[in-house]
Design a protein. Sequence first.
Length: 217
Amino acid sequence: MANILFNEDCILTQTKNLDYHYVITSPPDFDEIGENDITDEVIQKYKLFLTQRLGTLKPINGRITIFVSDRKANGTVNQKHVWIKEIMEDLGWNLQTQKIWVKTEEIDQFRFGYTFILTFNNKFSRKATNLADVFNDKFKAATKDYSYNFSKNIVKQFINVYTNEGEVVYDPFIGSGTTAVASIELNRKYIGAEINKHTYNLAQQTILQTKQLNKFI
């Protein structure tokens, strides 16, 4: 089963025993799971949320790429990329590469202008990735109402390196559908999960537009 989105928690999607070769995703931020006051209790809840979902991932090619931004709150920096590294290592994954996406050079009191791109493996490989350590790609929100998406240009580079044509790319937090669109444009298949109904509908619409456009290319 491929080229399909599920409007559900990715934990449920994983119970369907789907086969996929590579995972690339950006987990939700605190506010996306209904948490705006970042306390120690909320941080522990957030880490458990990530552990439960990342722990279900079993890509055939043994590679998972995660986009994650740290958060400024309560006069300190919450190093979400460190949390994810620790969670993934506890789950038996090794941090293969760490890269940076520079989204903007504008100063923001509350958010950083860059995102970490962490790729983990559980299968040793000497294959060179030929990917830059720093990506400069100005962030553009998917819509005026949805701004949690990541860069399609960067996602395509990772998919191109870690998969072959015809293989399946899975995004357990697919949001507005960037991973699916990138997969279609690279002749890959996709599977995605999105729990929010409105965002799920946005992803479906974006994917449909991409498929219609590709008919004329």
